[in-house]
Design a protein around this ligand. Sequence first.
Ligand code: ZN
Length: 426
Amino acid sequence: MDSTSITVIKPGQLIDGLGGPPISGAAVVLQENLIHWIGSSEEIETNQEIKNLVDSAGQYGVLDLPQCTLLPGLIDCHSHTNMPGDGRTGEEVNADTDDVRLLRAARNTTLALHSGVTTLCDCGSWNHTAFSLKEGIALGLVPGPRFLVTGPPLTTTGGHLWYMGGEADGIDGVRKQVRYLIKQGADLIKITASGGSTLTSDPYRPSYDVDELKAIVFEAHNRARPVAAHCRSTVSINNALDAGVDMIFHCFFAQPDGSYRYDQGTAERLAESGVWVNPTHALGISRRIELQAKKELGPLNKIDADMLDRIVNGHGDRIEAYSTMKEMGVRLIGGSDCGWGSYPFGDFQAELISMSDFGLSPMEAILTGTWNAAQAIGMQDSLGTIETNKEADFLLVEGNPLEDMECLRRVKAVVLGGRLVGPKQG
Ligand SMILES: [Zn+2]
């Protein structure tokens, strides 16, 4: 038996990702990459088939961790592996070569895996880099999680992230671009439905019109690819809902004049539609911390000073909006957006922990990065919960994250498809 193949896990408690209370004294038995059996440690002795399997496991095949909580492996629906997460802007990273961006992406996916992310979505990378990385991970050249990619996001000419190589305009143009991305291996389709931080775009206004968005969604769904839309303006949120996207990233209620105005009618549409909404709340928090630290050292330039103002002023508004939406039943997913801004890879937990700002319980917050996320990306049959016949993807953390969410960062083991892959040793 390969030394890294796991046969049985005996955690102190098990959170299966179905939302029920944690289970003490559980044992999970794996067969190759799948979850074969779940029961109590004592039951192993009375079930001959399971006992034989467990007895056949070598000493390395047993994870006996009574001080730990076993959870489904984390699913981060939103990241940018080409980006360093050190405050550099998209324009700055556009000056790198694809070779450098690909090397950085390889390092980032390994960091994510070792921190407990067993499924990672790259929702915007330059040119062919994400497809190459996906191939490299599949070939075993780079340690990485299950890796789902969008390639360059669809964007209008000069729109947000245009420099990644995904400019497409008009119904024919966007149809062709979606087909081209799927031909290259896109697992998901990402649209920038409003502008963003890209200098030539306008974050407070929509980019595509509804007919273009509908054409994108039609082509993507026709090939069973979920669609995620970046929406930083209220009009763009409504356009994305009209088009029937599956996920909305950021979901900021910004008006064309840049002001933030929570919109109840739009929130009701979000709740009714069942669309998955990704707050990217920790991204804003990390940016604020970075800019405040920079300000301590000397005056900020105008772009940084304006951004800090916007983040500080908007912080309470966004918490209020998301708290209301949570109460209304809007379905939330965790997506770090890491790599972007000042959010480096390796701490998706920050996004999950930040959900408590909106009134989510620790269990609800964990589900945003496990079961909810699996549904949002259409992988609910194989990922997101600890159930028999699902992929054996797990995170084992020291302590009880339901009492202290910080425990999510005390990673003791990461299991991907039945193999022990983290945390990084030494
Ligand atoms: Zn993003």
